[in-house]
Design a protein. Structure first.
Ligand code: ADP
Length: 446
């Protein structure tokens, strides 16, 4: 279902014209209202009155997370505080939280784009949604909440965590939809199995997962474990919050639509900042086209993805690939660059390992080392009659040694690095407590 068919299907020439017009207005607007941008444009010699729009956009340089920190808390706001209807913060995964603000009109747009996203995910007016994203300063909870109301869903605002209660509500209120981080959806799926809750006791059909990188391996686990169709929702506080892009339930695995009438996307080389060719991976850079309280020009998201403008039957908007990680999640080990999510891809190609893993980078002397901890499947644990795993236990089982060897070889063949593989028993790695889960530990103090 399309929530806003006119905008979601706007022919590309018209969409581009609309973006161009909105961008010119946005540039003039920030120039008049935000000293940070006024000084920046003056420095770059750009006159907003003669700015030519999209074709000149790359001249504007980038806005980075550090700019939010330098102007903390309200330096990037374009309206007086009396016109700010709500404040949020980024979750602070990569340092001090940044503050963002919305006018009443921005909140309307936010709700509409989340409504569009939920409709694309399969949700229909009249359904119930259990919203397990954290409520509070984090944009996830309230962002989904108002979008869901706008679409006409019944919202169960349970927030993240409290697994017992989540499971109770899933059985008592029987929502069709769950919104959560993928790592928390994994926890729910696992607990349902552990507690022998029959899937018939639930009424779930769709899961809308985002706020952190996830893989096809996690998608399979959640889809089977909760008996749902799971789609990706992407967003970030600096630009809006959840609902910047969304995967369509019928087009799973082909990328997430970026709502281009409100955000202009570019992908650039992470070292040079130059645009890359369509389909090539680089850093996603987003420009807001309609924001009032806090318009942002060319925000360096740090998220690595690619864009595809391939024609789709359903919508005209561009799709972005899954986020492989943040540019700053990339590990450089003995000269080889890799994203921990590449390990996840390998996991999904192996039998008998669970989708739970952790990548630990450390330094011995002057040499960097990487160790991958991965859990084996519960079924294999049971088959071997094991409660936990250790190196000694692995030594005693040929099949485990074989599994470990095969995993290490695949890593070496695919990523080009030798990594120590440690097999763990199911349940030995940390689980999400309701929010984002970090699967990387860098102990090198670089
Ligand atoms: P923080 O940057 O402190 O985590 P946010 O809560 O604003 O604060 O999180 C936004 C970031 O979360 C994005 O820049 C991205 O790295 C990550 N993220 C959000 N949604 C997704 C998704 N669907 N897939 C991968 N990463 C995501």
């Amino acid at each position: 279902m399309l929530f806003n068919p006119e905008m979601e299907c706007l022919p590309r020439p018209q969409l581009r014209a609309l973006q161009n017009k909105r961008l010119k207005e946005q540039v003039q607007y920030v120039y008049q209202r935000v000293p940070f941008y006024q000084q920046k444009l003056d420095r770059l010699g750009i006159n907003p009155a003669t700015f030519r729009g999209l074709e000149e956009l790359p001249k504007l340089g980038f806005t980075k997370k550090a700019d939010f920190r330098d102007t903390y808390p309200f330096g990037l706001f374009a309206v007086p505080q009396t016109e700010v209807a709500r404040l949020h913060c980024s979750s602070g995964t990569t340092g001090k939280a940044t503050v963002v603000g919305y006018t009443a009109e921005d909140l309307q747009t936010f709700a509409e784009l989340v409504a569009r996203s939920l409709a694309a995910a399969g949700c229909r007016p009249g359904m119930k949604v259990q919203n397990a994203y954290g409520y509070g300063l984090f944009t996830g909870g309230l962002g989904i909440h108002y979008g869901a109301e706008k679409l006409g869903l019944t919202v169960i605002p349970v927030s993240g965590g409290s697994t017992d209660r989540q499971l109770q509500l899933l059985q008592d209120f029987r929502p069709e939809i769950i919104c959560a981080t993928p790592s928390y959806a994994q926890v729910l799926a696992e607990e349902i199995q552990r507690r022998n809750i029959p899937l018939e006791a639930l009424n779930l059909r769709y899961a809308v997962l985002g706020a952190e990188p996830w893989s096809e391996a996690i998608r399979s686990q959640v889809q089977q474990g909760l008996r749902v169709q799971a789609t990706n929702i992407y967003g970030l506080s600096e630009i809006m919050g959840p609902g910047v892009s969304q995967e369509d339930v019928d087009e799973r695995g082909t990328g997430s639509y970026i709502w281009e009438d409100h955000f202009y996307p570019e992908v650039v080389d992470k070292d040079t900042g130059e645009p890359v060719a369509e389909g090539e991976a680089g850093v996603l850079v987003l420009t807001t086209l309609t924001k009032r309280a806090m318009p942002i020009l060319r925000y360096w998201t740090g998220d690595i993805t690619h864009l595809t403008y391939e024609h789709s039957e359903k919508r005209t908007h561009v799709k972005m690939g899954p986020i492989r990680g943040r540019a700053d999640d990339m590990l450089i080990i003995r000269g080889v660059n890799f994203f921990p999510t590449q390990v996840e891809d390998i996991i999904s190609s192996l039998d008998h390992v669970s989708p739970y893993y952790q990548v630990v980078a450390s330094r011995r002397g002057s040499l960097d080392e990487v160790e991958v901890h991965v859990e084996i499947e519960e079924a294999l644990m049971r088959q071997l009659g094991l409660d936990a795993l250790s190196d000694e236990v692995v030594q005693q089982h040929e099949c485990l040694q074989h599994l470990r060897g095969m995993f290490a070889k695949k890593i070496k063949d695919t990523i080009g690095l030798s990594m120590k593989v440690t097999l763990l028993g199911f349940g030995q790695l940390p689980r999400s407590e309701g929010g984002k889960l970090s699967r990387v530990k860098d102990l090198r103090n670089l």
